[in-house]
Design a binder for this molecule. Structure first.
Ligand SMILES: Nc1ncnc2c1ncn2[C@@H]1O[C@H](COP(=O)(O)OS(=O)(=O)O)[C@@H](OP(=O)(O)O)[C@H]1O
Length: 382
């Protein structure tokens, strides 16, 4: 458990009772002037906030650093699971599971059924890391018209993969019928600066039409997302027997005491900055934003919106979900099996002292409002 975190406490955002009703209305647009970010703060707080923002304006463009340790620490839970699985799975296990393009069963299915083939994705879940991307992908796959790539492919963000070309990308996809939608998710896409332009040049196949690509983005309270991101780094380090400094040490500059917008977890939560880049390359109507906090509490309602956006017949129903009180999350069931997400999801977050938390909240007020304006909708972030 991360520092200051009492073991076994429930995930912070599942405090409200979950619900499967699909009646709750979506939040509608509301925009406010950027200056409101500082409204309601005391003079001293405003001073601190302006300080943080000014520093931010000068420092907020950062390339990923090349520190290998850092990169390993930053690996997402899903990518890590994939790597572990790759190391552990013998070829035989893979075949039994039907994974991998070499699987005999899958090859046979592909040969026997001429309508089945591997298709480039028409829908991509672009992020955000720790937003609930795995839950969204797994829940979406409950609709029989959806097939999903099992692992994060990192095609558009990693040069070495992008250089392998679209045919390589297509080969990573699961077999599908022409009436099905293929979905891939790589949470790192949203915040990698080169991805939007690359994806805009990619034409998804759709019954002979081009440019049918639809993007899904799942966002969550940006401060909560930072805590989740830090928790991931904490556990990645613990697995290697390394200590993890308290979150405070990552968040605050040692020399100035200011918030560090260049700390990757903070930068990833500056959704408006990344969104501006995406909207330069994609029309707003091709992007649907899922509310990650609501997906936890009311998965059915959020999934219904996604089905509508993708033009799918609504096939996901209340019977596909059951609440697991031990995990504190909804788990999934369909005709074949019941499953919860793995243990790397829903771990307790560190407790952050009140003053630092308040400072983070104030820091994100302006970027959040900017995001609401860009998207034409709001979120219930504190
Ligand atoms: N049904 C269900 N079960 C378990 N977990 C759920 C579920 N729905 C959403 N979530 C939230 O998903 C968060 C992890 O997000 P990602 O899958 O995007 O993480 S990753 O970037 O792929 O590592 C994870 O964040 P943490 O709680 O911080 O671990 C969960 O809160």
């Amino acid at each position: 458990c991360p520092p200051d975190c009492p073991g076994g406490s429930a995930p912070t955002l599942s405090a409200q009772p979950p619900s499967l009703s699909s009646t709750s209305s979506s939040t509608t647009s509301s925009s406010s002037p950027a200056a409101e970010a500082a409204a309601g703060s005391t003079g001293e707080q405003q001073h601190q906030l302006l300080d943080d923002l000014q520093y931010f304006q000068h420092h907020h463009h950062h390339d990923d650093d090349d520190d290998r340790y850092q990169q390993r620490d930053e690996t997402s839970a899903d990518t890590k699971m994939t790597r572990q699985q790759e190391q552990q799975d013998s070829a035989a296990t893979k075949q039994r599971r039907g994974h991998g393009k070499g699987s005999r069963r899958r090859r046979k299915r592909l040969q026997d059924d001429p309508s089945l083939s591997r298709r480039l994705p028409q829908t991509i879940i672009i992020g955000v890391r720790k937003g609930g991307t795995r839950a969204l992908l797994e829940m979406l796959s409950l609709n029989p018209a959806v097939v999903t790539a099992e692992t994060e492919l990192h095609f558009f963000n990693r040069d070495e993969n992008f250089a392998r070309g679209l045919e390589w990308y297509r080969q990573q996809m699961p077999p599908s019928r022409p009436d099905q939608v293929t979905v891939e998710k790589t949470p790192a896409y949203f915040t990698a600066p080169q991805v939007a332009a690359r994806m805009a040049g990619y034409h998804a196949p759709s019954g002979g039409n081009v440019s049918a690509l639809r993007l899904l983005l799942i966002l969550r309270d940006p401060v909560e997302r930072i805590l989740s991101d830090y928790t991931q780094v904490f556990y990645n380090r613990a697995e290697r027997g390394r200590e993890c400094p308290p979150l405070r040490d990552f968040l605050l500059s040692r020399s100035t005491g200011r918030l560090r917008p260049d700390y990757k977890a903070v930068n990833r939560s500056l959704y408006a900055d990344h969104m501006e880049n995406w909207l330069r390359h994609f029309p707003r109507e091709r992007l649907h934003v899922v509310d990650g906090d609501r997906l936890i509490r009311e998965p059915l309602a959020e999934l219904g919106r996604v089905e509508r956006f993708l033009g799918l017949e609504p096939r996901i129903s209340a019977g596909n979900f059951y609440f697991n009180a031990t995990r504190g999350f909804f788990c999934l069931r369909d005709a074949r099996r019941r499953r919860c997400l793995d243990d790397s999801k829903g771990r307790p977050h560190p407790r952050v002292d009140g003053a630092l938390l308040e400072r983070l909240r104030r820091f994100f007020r302006e970027p959040n409002r900017r995001l609401f304006r860009l998207l034409g909708r709001t979120f219930d972030w504190p």
